[in-house]
Ligand binder design. Structure first.
Ligand code: 5IU
Length: 264
């Protein structure tokens, strides 16, 4: 653990990253550091759960290319829900190509830059293929996209992000481009800059693995011990027969663990 987290109110006023100002304000207003990962395969299922989950989450994460009937009507409805219910739309596309190709894909068939607030990007292609192209879209008012999360550590067993120096190099790219990069996908807190948010997947209160490489741990481990800011929960909610109960459960436990720092 590098340092205790700075209180959220302080981080909201200190950060110069516009997306993080919005995220921190939504988190404090809704008392939620829960991002729901909805990996359903039809638009209707995704929208149905998004509407139910809206009040409990600060963000909803999707994989547009896993939705078999993906359409502009879907993104219109999703952005309306996000605007009405105050959550961030997170497309977990994991861009990892040359800057030029990343740009083509952001504007391509799914028009991701037009409806997503934030997207994930791999660090593997290097700074010049990341910062410039994403800055161009983020600063263009015609696009909704307003930030990038760099993948510093994967949650999966045997991930190569654990190789010597990979995470550290990723963190350097982010720290040098904090207008564009609003945080990380990581397992543990990776940067001392308090305005870079640490989002963490691999959280489940009732299971440890999925037999396809995923590794889950509990909320206290993720927030208290590993000092992440935001938990990303998928099947803990989406595979449950009582999603609302699970949403309330994850939100309460995660918020209690994070907000402790603000009160002490
Ligand atoms: N996700 C991970 N681990 C990672 C990254 C992304 O689990 O390292 I980068 C995604 C995959 C899934 C969600 O959409 O986060 C976690 O959902 P489950 O809680 O159902 O595993």
């Amino acid at each position: 653990v590098e340092n205790q987290r700075t209180p959220l109110s302080e981080r909201e006023s200190l950060t110069e990253n516009a997306l993080n100002k919005k995220i921190l304000s939504v988190m404090r207003k809704k008392k939620s550091n829960l991002c729901l990962a909805i990996d359903y395969t039809t638009s209707e299922e995704v929208l149905q759960l998004a509407e139910i989950a809206g009040p409990f989450v600060m963000a909803i994460k999707v994989h547009a290319d896993a939705i078999t009937d993906f359409s502009e009507e879907f993104t219109r409805k999703l952005t309306t829900l996000a605007n009405d219910m105050d959550f961030i739309i997170f497309e977990d596309r994991k861009f990892g190509d040359t800057g030029n190709t990343n740009l083509l894909q952001l504007k391509g068939a799914q028009k991701i830059a037009s409806w997503a607030d934030v997207v994930t990007v791999h660090a593997v292609q290097g700074t010049d293929s990341i910062a410039g192209v994403f800055r161009q879209l983020i600063n263009d008012p015609n696009y909704r996209l307003s930030g990038v999360l760099l993948i510093a550590q994967l949650s999966t067993k045997g991930s190569l992000t654990a190789l010597d120096g990979y995470t550290e190099s990723t963190v350097s790219i982010a720290e040098e481009n904090r207008d564009v990069i609003s945080g990380f996908i990581a397992q543990t807190r990776v940067s001392g800059f308090s305005d870079l948010l640490n989002w963490t997947p691999g959280v489940n209160l009732d299971a440890k693995t999925d037999s396809a490489g995923q590794q889950w741990r509990g909320v206290d481990e993720a927030i208290d011990v590993q000092q992440n800011d935001i938990i990303i929960v998928g099947r803990g909610v989406t595979s449950s027969s009582e999603p609302v109960q699970q949403l309330k459960r994850y939100r309460r436990i995660a918020w209690e663990a994070l907000a402790k720092d603000d009160e002490s």
